[in-house]
Design a protein around this ligand. Structure first.
Ligand code: MG
Length: 385
């Protein structure tokens, strides 16, 4: 198999995007753009290693950002994109790569099929394989006070990753180091390399200005995330006592609630709804009532555990809605504190936690005040597999 190296260019300052840091370090749905870009190449079996070119003063931050991603090395970049790419190319000289893919960190939505097309074109003999897209909008050129419509026939947009025979692009960079260009294909043109176009991908957008972040996140949500819903129900019986636990709050009451743990039906229903959304069984399987360890346990532990399972899947709880069913205690005075407590346990904004209360008009076990019940619905975002 030919030896292919990926060079991710991340040395830019990216001021146009705002946000007070280089745009490639800013998160998209919680994950830095750079990490997404690097991971797209590091996960491939046909790529030998990934070289990440970043500003010398940001190498430590970049290393932390890329923790856990294997087969990648960091290279200190230069003051221009072109210098940075040349440094990356020189750095791997001794590894004798056959091919190199140069990719801008600001294209974090690069899809595997596109990377595959570029590598395949090189393997099929291309000297330079460039993802191109035709121009569909009508182009206008501002000329003085007027406008001129530019014929779009024969016009293309170039994307990255751009793939090259290593020796050819290294030589082009060395020869034309003093010529200012905005991509590597431009140097390939100057060096007279044969260019093989491959089909680009509209979703492989270059995140440049602030609005691009929102657009890129919308694309990510639609293509890479899915939402699942789970429901939970629980009931506990009143017993002699002077307080109940409900939705994580200790509420003074003229009765208590029977249960192995703290008998917090609100948190039990919510925990079950989260477990349901990820098809991970129920609270009894995770915390058996036969286990002495959980006697009198604070149910916040159960909720934290369920939320932790979602995090471990790369997902997040995005909303939960709890209905408490009882004649007493009155829920209204505690509603906001309950929301705040559950938002705190789940590390959610309070606007993503709803608490509602109802009675059953004197009917049934809650109506007879034998106990209380809770229902919950949780919405979870998970990465699409
Ligand atoms: Mg329970």
């Amino acid at each position: 198999m030919p030896k292919t190296i990926a060079l991710i260019v991340a040395a830019g300052r990216g001021e146009r995007a705002g946000g007070g840091q280089p745009k490639q370090f800013r998160p998209l749905l919680g994950e830095p753009m750079l990490r997404r870009s690097v991971a797209a190449f590091a996960c491939r079996g046909d790529i030998h290693s990934v070289q990440v070119v970043a500003s010398a003063d940001q190498l430590d931050a970049v290393a932390a950002m890329l923790a856990g991603i294997g087969t990648r090395q960091l290279v200190a970049g230069g003051s221009t994109r072109q210098q940075s790419v040349l440094r990356g190319l020189e750095r791997v000289l001794e590894e004798k790569p056959d091919f190199v893919l140069v990719h801008d960190a600001a294209r974090p939505l690069v899809a595997q099929p596109l990377i595959g097309r570029v590598i395949r074109a090189l393997a099929d003999g291309a000297e330079a394989a460039i993802p191109l897209l035709s121009v569909v909008d009508t182009l206008k050129h501002k000329a003085g006070d007027g406008w001129i419509t530019v014929p779009r026939d024969g016009l293309y947009r170039a994307q990255t990753p751009q793939g090259f025979r290593y020796q050819s692009i290294l030589s082009a960079h060395r020869t034309h180091a003093a010529t200012d260009v905005t991509d590597d294909m431009a140097l390939a043109e100057l060096a007279g390399m044969a260019i093989t176009p491959v089909e680009g991908d509209d979703a492989n957008m270059k995140v440049t200005v602030a609005e691009d972040f929102r657009f890129a996140e919308r694309l990510l949500m639609g293509e890479m995330a899915e939402f699942r819903t789970g429901m939970g129900f629980d009931a506990h019986r009143f017993c002699p006592g002077d307080h109940v636990w409900l939705c994580g709050l200790r509420i003074a009451h003229d009765q208590g609630l029977e249960g192995h743990s703290d008998a917090d039906a609100g948190l039990h229903a919510l925990t079950d709804s989260i477990l349901g959304a990820i098809s991970a069984g129920d609270i009894g399987q995770h915390f058996p009532p036969t286990d002495e360890k959980w006697r009198g346990a604070a149910s916040a532990l159960f909720l934290e555990h369920a939320a932790g399972l979602v995090t471990a899947l790369g997902g997040a709880v995005v909303h939960c809605d709890i209905t408490l069913i009882c004649e007493r205690p009155k829920i209204g005075p505690h509603r906001e504190a309950m929301r705040a407590r559950m938002a705190d346990i789940l590390k959610l904004e309070i606007s993503r936690v709803a608490v509602k209360a109802t009675t059953t008009e004197g009917m049934g076990f809650t109506g007879r005040r034998e106990g209380l019940a809770a229902q919950a619905v949780a919405t979870v975002r998970l990465p699409r597999r």
